[in-house]
Write a protein that binds this ligand. Structure first.
Ligand SMILES: C[S@@+](CC[C@H](N)C(=O)[O-])C[C@H]1O[C@@H](n2cnc3c(N)ncnc32)[C@H](O)[C@@H]1O
Length: 446
């Protein structure tokens, strides 16, 4: 049976070699494994931690081995990252255990020379570690080492958000993401659910301070495997993400189009807010992804969601929509805590390409909306080109659309106090309320 560290190493090598996704690979590996809850948490922490801290770890490795970290064999590099990560950030693991376990990993894969090298590097690190990192990062390069970010992101987001705000943002991205759920209030109210959860002693559940359907969970284990989940009592969803459907404010019997619906977190929330009355057209490019929406709808006992497979830019409808949600494909920088590899894979070219798709989706949305109808544009990023600049240009190009401020004044106080708020839009950064980074703009057709 593989140990937690072996599983973590296998996943890290797959991410490095095959450009796999951490969330998917961790879920697959944990489903196959027989690990205890504690060891499952260790796998998750090691994989996320090592990817998040990649720049810092490689900088340290570069100072300890003659070759640069990037020129080492990929598995050797990942064993060293894993070892140094444990020695630096996992206080509960004693140093001798971290070194011993890492050397064992190396023994499974490599010859004696490599094992000796890994052992030597880790022991050398223990001796020198106080002296290896810049203590007060003062320039972009040092910040990219300490906050483990690509240099271009440090420069770009300091320029966009100011150095103080950007530093808080980079620091927040290194912390583990919170786990939130949305109670399906068509089945049960939050109080009732909290009482059940506490009676069952499953884990710590804290009602959200700013959203009445949300609960934050701590140490709850695999919440998608809990019977409450299969019974449709809740959906795993971040609080910022819930805010999107609340901004849409759908009413029972509305006709709503969700232009980018899969996997369906927001579509199902919209259906719950409509009391499962009316009609929702849920569109997505990929049939396998739309199947997830149908599966979620069934689990939550929602039957007003109608799937449409295809490019939403070609969608034609026989009835104009009361409300449209465009939760657009985006660079995802606001969810780096959940998908840390985004940091190392996205670049400015991707952002430009995404901005074009977003712009054409927005343009088409107008033709599907009733006069007086509401359009919500949202992304899980904090890149201005995809957000504020996108909306500004859209309103210039579409004089029949106007920004709608009415929803901002009704937001709960903690959001209004923390988020950046502008002309009908809101930008939440991960450090504002400890949620994902999201941009939400509300517009109305004149
Ligand atoms: C940000 S995700 C949507 C998340 C979803 N709203 C939720 O809350 O679960 C964007 C989705 O847009 C889909 N997509 C991308 N381009 C599209 C297009 N041109 N037409 C329809 N769907 C598209 C992707 O397949 C992806 O599932």
């Amino acid at each position: 049976m593989s140990s937690a560290r072996q599983i973590a190493l296998d996943i890290l090598i797959k991410i490095d070699e095959e450009k796999g996704y951490s969330q998917i690979l961790i879920n697959q590996a944990l489903q196959r494994s027989q690990l205890t809850d504690l060891d499952r948490r260790l796998v998750t922490e090691l994989v996320y931690g090592v990817i998040q801290r990649e720049n810092t770890l490689d900088y340290l490795i570069d100072q300890l081995v003659k070759k640069k970290a990037t020129s080492l064999q990929k598995w050797v590099r990942n064993v060293l990252r894993l070892g140094i990560y444990q020695l630096t950030y996992l206080e509960r693991v004693p140093s001798f255990a971290a070194i011993h376990e890492t050397v064992q990993l190396a023994k499974h894969r490599g010859h004696r020379g490599i094992v000796g090298l890994i052992n030597g590097v880790l022991r050398n690190y223990l001796r020198k570690r106080e002296t290896l990192l810049p203590t007060q990062p003062s320039n972009h390069l040092e910040k990219s080492i300490i906050y483990s970010q690509p240099l271009w992101m440090i420069k770009r987001y300091e320029q966009q958000w100011g150095a103080g705000e950007a530093t808080k943002l980079f620091a927040a991205q290194l912390r583990p993401a919170s786990t939130s759920i949305r109670i399906n209030r068509l089945k049960m109210n939050r109080e009732e659910w909290l009482n059940r959860w506490h009676d069952e002693g499953t884990g710590e559940a804290i009602p959200s301070a700013w959203l009445e359907m949300a609960v934050r969970l701590k140490r709850a284990g695999n919440v998608a495997a809990h019977p409450h989940y299969s019974k449709g009592y809740y959906t795993i969803q971040d609080e910022s993400s819930m805010l999107v459907s609340l901004a849409l404010d759908p009413k029972p019997n509305d006709f709503v189009i969700d232009l980018c619906a899969a996997p369906g977190g927001k579509t199902t929330h919209i259906a719950e807010l409509m009391h499962n009355q009316g009609r929702i057209l849920a569109c997505d490019l990929y049939p396998h992804k739309l199947q997830l929406v149908s599966k979620q709808a069934e689990r939550l006992s929602l039957d007003i969601i109608q799937p449409y497979v295809g490019d939403s830019r070609n969608l034609r409808v026989d009835q104009l929509a009361d409300r449209i949600l465009l939760d657009a494909p985006c660079s995802g920088l606001g969810v780096i805590q959940r998908k840390p590899e985004i940091k190392w894979r996205k670049n400015l070219k991707d952002i430009d390409a995404l901005a074009q798709i977003q712009s054409s989706l927005l343009h088409h949305a107008v033709s599907l909306l009733k006069p007086g109808g509401i359009l919500i544009y949202s992304t899980c990023t904090y890149e201005k080109k995809e957000n504020q600049d996108q909306i500004k240009q859209f309103l210039i190009d579409h004089p029949n659309m106007e920004s709608d401020h009415s929803w901002l004044a009704k937001l709960p106080a903690p959001i209004r106090e923390q988020a950046f708020i502008g002309d009908g839009w809101l930008q939440l950064l991960p450090h504002h309320l400890g949620s994902d980074g999201f941009f939400i703009a509300r517009m109305r057709k004149k």
